[in-house]
Design a protein. Sequence first.
Length: 194
Amino acid sequence: MIASLRGVLQELGTDHAVVEVHGVGFLVLAPRPVLRELGAAGTVVAFATSLQVREDALTLYGFADAEQRRLFETLIGVSGVGPKVALALLSSLDAPTLRQAIATSDLARLARVPGIGKKTAERLVLELRGKLGPAAASAAPSATAALDAELAGLLVSLGFSQAEAATAVAALPADAPTELDERLRQTLRYFGGA
């Protein structure tokens, strides 16, 4: 449904971020390590997302990359593991450590995660051992964020306000070029200047 989200960070909490995309603020629940990597309010941020639909709520979960999102979706497929528990796992253990703990049946490490008891740890190992595969070498998810931050700085140096720069960078399509000069051209087109 909503596979990714990129916009301007409006608010940052201990378990969530509010991201404004074209005037709409999305509340995104995310693992603590992902939230710690976000900049200050007004910066452009991006998430790989998973929309969870329940009878009484639509909840958007955000992740550093698609690999982390797939791991979250695999975890919530385990009986007795809901989104809150999966988020606690991803907040306490990084993906390679979590995979290692499951592959080696490290019940003690899994049970130390808040919300995970011995039975849930056993169920995770039983249902997921051999299914998660090795930890994938992920591309640096912060590379695009760093490029966007540099681009926003360039726009500010050209006389645009911080808010205008952040909005223009957020408006870049997901398949925008990865070269700084091409991204600058596209953002200037956003302002009608190129």
